[in-house]
Design a protein around this ligand. Structure first.
Ligand code: ZN
Length: 230
């Protein structure tokens, strides 16, 4: 089984690339957030356990998340592999996932980092502006107004919410980028990290991700667990 992990800072394009890669490889995306919601909704034993922490306003412990993931990986549509979304977020979680997969003679086959420099992440995340009159949204880079600082629809001035200002974004990002760096280091150390330049066009990023994933799968053979011929 191929466990593929996509890593990237917020705004690096993971949300765009994950579905493209899933379609290309013909394997599902497994998002831990969705797993939690489904388990809680269906009242499964793990869902009930997770619910207790959530109701108490606590983080759900990693081992519950990992058990939930393993359950999901055991379903037939995951036979050929999965793309993990939203996990691991810390190096501790990455280690817990490694251990759980190793116990099943499996492992993370490849972790792809969509690499975007921190300054560019902040530029992408902080480009949001809204209009005074009706809150019509714009983005400096992705959907700029025809005339800078003015709403296309009603002509009212645009402003930035405090949450969207670069200094706020920078402070919020620092913590997330630190955790991401630790996860990246974890996979670099285990030799499965591949880095793709996230500053390219979306299509080029997609091609680059597909190329490194396909190369990794070809090198190691399939299904998972087969050691490369010595
Ligand atoms: Zn407007």
């Amino acid at each position: 089984m191929q466990v593929v992990i996509l890593l990237g800072a917020p705004g690096a394009g993971k949300g765009t690339q994950a579905p493209l890669l899933a379609q290309r490889l013909g394997i599902p995306i497994v998002a831990t957030g969705d797993l939690f919601r489904a388990a809680v909704r269906d009242g499964t034993p793990l869902g009930i356990e997770a619910r207790r922490y959530m109701d108490a306003g606590q983080l759900v412990p990693d081992d519950i998340t990992v058990r939930l993931l393993l359950d999901r990986l055991g379903r037939p549509d995951a036979d050929r592999g999965v793309i993990l979304d939203g996990f691991p977020r810390t190096d501790v979680q990455a280690g817990a996932l490694d251990e759980a997969l190793a116990a099943r003679d499996s492992g993370v086959r490849i972790a792809v980092l969509i690499d975007v420099p921190a300054d560019e992440v902040i530029r992408r995340m902080s480009g949001r502006w809204v209009c005074r009159a009706a809150g019509h949204p714009y983005h400096e880079l992705f959907s700029p107004p025809r005339e800078p600082g003015v709403c296309d629809i009603d002509g009212s001035p645009l402003y930035q919410r405090s949450d969207d200002r670069p200094e706020t974004i920078r402070a919020r990002m620092e913590q997330q980028l630190g955790a991401l760096g630790a996860v990246v280091d974890h996979y670099r150390a285990s030799g499965v990290l591949r880095v793709v330049d996230g500053l390219q066009e979306i299509d080029q990023v997609g091609d680059a991700i597909a190329a490194v994933v396909e190369a990794a799968v070809a090198t190691h053979g399939s299904p998972a667990g087969d050691p490369p011929a010595a």
